[in-house]
Design a protein. Structure first.
Length: 553
């Protein structure tokens, strides 16, 4: 599903509306995401509550001694409440005797649109344990007390969150950093969805071992007036305020970088809307074709070629979930489609084929990328999850106005982009490395590839050698949580014959967590590339981007 989200809703002000808009909004939840305050004239549905959204969240895996738990309360400016108490309970799915509870007395009024509060649990003694975290809030509204367990969505499980306390860090070599390049915050907020305010992102992400994230806020949300999700703002106040907030959050942190950006809806050249991630570009690009703000879908204002021609060359721009097929209803109503397979642009940095899901989409996306490489494109793979604030589980609508459902895909940090950096670089330097430096994608294990020429000079991922390499050096790392290394594959691309072949496979029957291999290579074509893949015994995997060799035009 494209653009999935977890913390999902925006209250719809109940005012007279024109028929086309009402039709668009009625169809919106059918083809989009969970929504709690949405209602039609004279019809509220069973999801509607005269309470703000009250949602707890926590990472699925951490590598620190303290587990951050965030409480998000949204739309309390319409439904003011008093937060009386928060309790957090630790139990174990394997040990019935384990039960630890912490109670936080609050007694505070909450009457603003966005409210977040973070709590920390000491979990140092639970290293390498899978825990259940049960979160309860007691709130008061109009003299009535409500006990809310984990969230207040109607019809969902309200089940405890599962969290693994890892004694090992994310696998990597020195100088490498991990991040999630496709996620949304509260600046993606409209009639059907919202994310977590940016100020709450760094603590949760850093506990997972991440050092950066890319915010890809919907273009059709960022161009709205501050108090509306359908009326466009010529002054682009939301876009400008968004940029200022991200600068402020980044200035307060030395260990985490938020890359500001947008997920622009663009015309794929065939009259269909697809999504383009545009990161760290100061100019805003409108894209409203599939926003369903005023009518049914229509082709967006720009094609992706037009944006690539206008964007700052230093911006990071990649195709977001390019081959994810929209459901028929989205194809019909929002005019959504898939990336035009025949198009190519030299300024497109690459393809986000990992979008919080594995299986067929990953295989198809990898094959698509390889076809581009063999056609001469020096483009990269990137990874993200399309998470709208959801760190532990995904909540989505099943039937409009009636019910929702949950699953564990597309949560923040599940699929990661790794990049080798030069130390304490800033935002611009990080983006530059993601555009042209060594970049890998993974859902756990680490793999690095270095090529050496006859003079033993070393070339990292993303570089181009003038001559074919004499040897390759492969470093592979995993952990107990992600599973021992099962297989490493080295693949070679021949750009003259336009074919990719399996150069070498290394199998590890017993499984290891650390492996360095030096592989001599010979009889290679005059122009081509090498890349590497890793797979663990837990079916986790990683892919490097290529090292090219030969004289490219």
């Amino acid at each position: 599903m494209i653009d999935s989200c977890a913390m999902l809703t925006t209250a719809l002000t109940i005012l007279p509306i024109h028929a086309p808009l009402e039709i668009g909004l009625f169809l919106g939840p059918v083809i989009l995401y969970a929504e709690m305050h949405y209602r039609l004239r004279f019809l509220r549905g069973r999801l509607f509550k005269k309470l703000p959204e009250v949602i707890f969240d926590t990472p699925r895996r951490i590598q620190t001694d303290h587990l951050p738990v965030v409480l998000l309360i949204k739309d309390a400016h319409w439904f003011p409440i008093a937060l009386r108490e928060v309790s957090l309970t630790i139990t174990s799915p394997f040990d019935p005797a384990l039960c630890e509870k912490q109670v936080f007395t609050e007694n505070m009024s909450v009457d603003r649109q966005w409210f977040t509060r973070e709590y920390y649990l000491d979990v140092a003694r639970y290293r390498d344990h899978l825990l259940n975290i049960d979160c309860t809030a007691i709130v008061e509204c109009h003299g009535r007390h409500f006990q809310i367990r984990n969230d207040n969505y109607a019809g969902l499980s309200h089940a405890p969150f599962r969290v693994f306390i890892d004694s090992e860090a994310l696998p990597s070599e020195n100088g490498w950093q991990w991040g999630d390049l496709h996620c949304h915050s509260s600046w993606t907020s409209d009639q059907v969805e919202f994310g977590l305010p940016p100020v709450a992102l760094p603590d949760l992400a850093a506990a997972m071992g991440l050092s950066f994230c890319g915010l890809t806020e919907h273009s059709y949300d960022l161009d709205d007036q501050p108090d509306s999700w359908t009326k466009n703002d010529p002054q682009l106040r939301k876009w400008n305020e968004y940029r200022v907030e991200i600068e402020s959050v980044n200035a307060a942190r030395k260990d985490f970088i938020i890359i500001p950006g947008e997920e622009a809806s663009v015309d794929n050249g065939l009259g269909r809307n697809v999504h383009l991630a545009v990161l760290n570009n100061r100019e805003f690009f409108r894209g409203s074709g599939d926003g369903l703000e005023k009518s049914l879908g229509f082709p967006s204002e720009f094609s992706y070629q037009q944006i690539l021609q206008k964007a700052d060359p230093r911006a990071l721009i990649f195709a977001a979930h390019p081959l994810t097929r929209p459901p028929f209803s989205q194809w019909l109503i929002a005019r959504r489609g898939v990336w035009n397979r025949h198009d190519h642009h030299s300024r497109l940095d690459g393809w986000q084929i990992l979008n919080g899901q594995d299986g067929r989409e990953v295989i198809e996306g990898k094959n698509f990328w390889v076809s581009k490489l063999l056609a001469g494109s020096q483009s990269y793979l990137y990874a993200g999850n399309d998470a709208h604030g959801n760190f532990n589980r995904f909540r989505q609508i099943r039937l409009p106005l009636l019910n929702l459902y949950e699953h564990e895909r597309q949560v923040f940090g599940e699929f990661l982009t790794g990049v080798r950096t030069d130390g304490n670089q800033g935002l611009d330097q990080l983006v530059a490395r993601l555009k042209s430096g060594p970049v890998i994608v993974s859902n756990g294990p680490f793999i690095n590839l270095v090529a050496m020429d006859t003079n033993r000079r070393r070339f990292e991922i993303g570089k181009t050698m003038q001559e074919p390499p004499a040897a390759l050096e492969i470093t592979a790392l995993s952990s107990r949580h992600f599973g021992a290394i099962r297989r490493i594959k080295i693949l070679a691309g021949d750009l003259l014959k336009r074919r990719e072949t399996l150069c070498k496979t290394f199998e590890f029957i017993q499984g290891v967590n650390c492996q360095t291999i030096t592989l001599p290579v010979e009889n290679q074509p005059s122009i081509g590339y090498f890349r590497a893949e890793i797979e663990t015994q837990s079916a986790k995997f990683g892919l490097t981007n290529p090292i090219w060799f030969g004289k490219f035009k």
